[in-house]
Design a protein. Sequence first.
Length: 358
Amino acid sequence: MMNLLVFKERLRQFYSKNDFYLIPAAKFVLALVTLLVLNQYIGFSAPLKNLAVVIIIALLCSFIPVSLTVALMAAFILGHVMELSIELAAIMLLLLLVMYLGYYRFAARDGIVLILMPILMILKVPYLMPLLVGLVATPASVISVAFGTMLYYSLYFISENTLRITNLSTDDLLTKIHMFMEGLFANPDMYVAMVVFACVVIVVYLIRRLPINYAWSIAIVTGSIVNVAGFLVGGMLVKSSSVSMGALLLGTLLSMAIAFLVNFCVFSVDYSRTEHAQFEDDDYYYYVKAVPKISVTTPDVRVKRINARRSRHPRTTERSSASRTAASRNSRQRVTVSSERNARRATERTARQPSEKE
């Protein structure tokens, strides 16, 4: 456990130092994955499926706000649908405008939810988003989850009825409109998913706000149970649900695991050191429950080199040792010459002394 906490602290420090680069990189990866999934699901336009175009759009998304990224993804979807049918693209434009205005009015900060919800439903793991939204957002984010679900089912209808839409002529405008509206708004699976996801978001939000120990963990487990029970009850009511029991359980378990990972990264506290305080003023009594966060200090490992640093190039080492030997030889020669010179001067000085006395 301590190793995980140290690893998390190092990740936090790394993010705080490099967030200027990490945030655009994360937005680029998110946009790239979204565009690639959309191309595989409704790839009707050949120019938009070009990898160079996809990379350019993803790079653009990494430097613009999330709200503009939502608008750019909507334009990307319209470009594919327009290649299939202009009339259907006009209907999708009206639907996306209603979604965008509703999202911008009630949940402007949840653009990432509106983008990820249809992508997770395409990847068959939509149960993760309601759990995460309930943990880190507010009940207003139900609108973004609902719009994302509706967007997925509209793309699902287009993908499953491509041949029917293509065979209709341009004069069958009313037929196309009726077929799209009936296929989207008469789909009971969409309403079941929207209701269940809304219940999961609200239940998780209410439980994780309770002043009890392990509220986040209880919220995750309870939300997962509500998710499974809701889809089972909804499938029994509509009697035409396309949700598989095995896929439902497997996706819910995977979503629970990821939600617990987010809980560990975002809300790790030590309930064993919980403190309760009570005080009052002239108007109120205050009952405070203080739960400390789990904080660790990363070990500062420093390596001190004792041995002399060796040169990486042996030739350079040989040259340097040869130059040192030559220098020492020259210095010895200078010392010998100077010693002989001093001895000669001393001999001459001794020979002069008797003559001076005479």
